[in-house]
Design a protein around this ligand. Structure first.
Ligand code: ADP
Ligand code: TRP
Length: 326
């Protein structure tokens, strides 16, 4: 089949807390690349999804603004990219319901996100259980071709593909089957303790943290005890793993040599990493802080996105209603 020249790309982030470096490399950087590649982008704030975890209304409101401010601060341009908030488009809920009538119960019961919570003894809600169906609605409501996400979302995407296929085979060709895009190089960014960086593990380095907190987070990266002048293992050092995300190949080679020769200690390696983080994010950090003070700018962007995304979603809903006989 002939590939379309411009792809429709969709992705979203839950407003469930402060954005960290894993979110940047796993999600936002990919959105930036797609936007500059000339694709048609739909990037949204998954605020309905975050109700599965955030129960404090003031936190939710602040988190939503943070995600929009981050999108803008990182250069997503509301003129080119449709930036919107999921809950601004209630038609997505109707699509979600129609899709839920195609979704397999067994498949959802086996989803990691749900099973992991059950295994930890957390009392799962129906919202958590049906989370992948709403995610499928997010994707299928704009007929997305490509969905860039981190590796942790792979199973959710497969569930979305299955639901779309099931709908198509029941009612005739309706949905584009979306493709996930999970670049290997950034599949899992490690946190300060070496396991996946995640809010849930309290091991994050937060992109927009005030200087002092950022420094504290970098300093909290766990290292194995060594004596001054000893070589450091380049394969296991958590500081080096993160440094690699920010440095050029020559800089990485130079740093690895220093590690092997015992010519650098963890304290200095952390300082260098912190400088790299500042160099990469300081412009966006400044813009983010300005935007967080400017409620109107965020509202304006969301109003434009609501119109643009709403029109596309309503068109899909008309087609689906027709297909199922509503
Ligand atoms: P968290 O695990 O901190 O709750 P989210 O689930 O809200 O993060 O993730 C938002 C986006 O960032 C998703 O696309 C996810 O794949 C990506 N992401 C989160 N953590 C990482 C990580 N450690 N490495 C790569 N991508 C990540
Ligand atoms: N589940 C995603 C996450 O936790 C957020 C999300 C919701 C999403 N709907 C989506 C991502 C649709 C991509 C496409 O990160």
């Amino acid at each position: 089949m002939k590939e379309k020249s411009s792809m429709r790309v969709l992705s979203g982030i839950q407003p469930s807390g402060d954005l960290h470096i894993g979110n940047y490399f796993g999600a936002i950087e990919q959105f930036q690349k797609k936007q500059s590649g000339g694709d048609e982008l739909f990037i949204f704030v998954a605020d309905w999804h975050s109700l599965t975890t955030i129960k404090n209304p003031a936190d939710l409101k602040k988190n939503i603004r943070q995600i929009v401010a981050a999108y803008i601060a990182f250069g997503l341009d509301a003129q080119k990219t449709t930036l919107y908030r999921q809950s601004d488009i209630p038609e997505i809920q109707e699509i979600s319901w129609i899709l839920s009538c195609q979704a397999s119960m067994g498949r959802l019961q086996n989803a990691h996100s749900y099973k992991d919570k059950l295994d930890k003894g957390i009392n799962a809600t129906v919202g958590l259980f049906t989370y992948p169906i709403l995610m499928a609605a997010d994707i299928l409501c704009v007929q997305a071709d490509v969905v860039p996400v981190g590796k942790d979302q792979k199973q959710h995407l497969e569930i979305c593909q299955e639901i779309a296929q099931k709908f198509n085979s029941t009612y005739g060709q309706t949905f584009t089957i979306p493709k996930g895009e999970i670049p290997d190089s950034v599949a899992v960014i490690p946190g300060t303790d070496g396991q996946k960086m995640s809010k849930s593990y309290a091991n994050t380095i937060d992109i927009f943290a005030p200087d002092k907190k950022l420094k504290k987070q970098v300093n909290s990266i766990v290292t194995s005890p060594i004596s001054v002048g000893d070589p450091i293992d380049t394969a296991t050092c958590n500081i080096l793993k993160l440094f690699k995300m920010f440095a050029m190949p020559e800089e990485i080679a130079e740093m690895e040599t220093k590690y092997r020769e015992g010519a650098i200690g963890f304290g200095d390696a952390k300082k260098i990493l912190l400088d790299k983080i500042h160099a990469k994010f300081d412009l966006a950090r400044k813009d983010f802080n300005r935007l967080m003070e400017d409620e109107r700018e965020i509202d304006r962007v969301l109003a434009v996105g609501k119109e643009k995304a709403g029109a596309v979603v309503r068109k899909t809903l008309r087609t689906i209603r027709e297909k199922v006989g509503l």
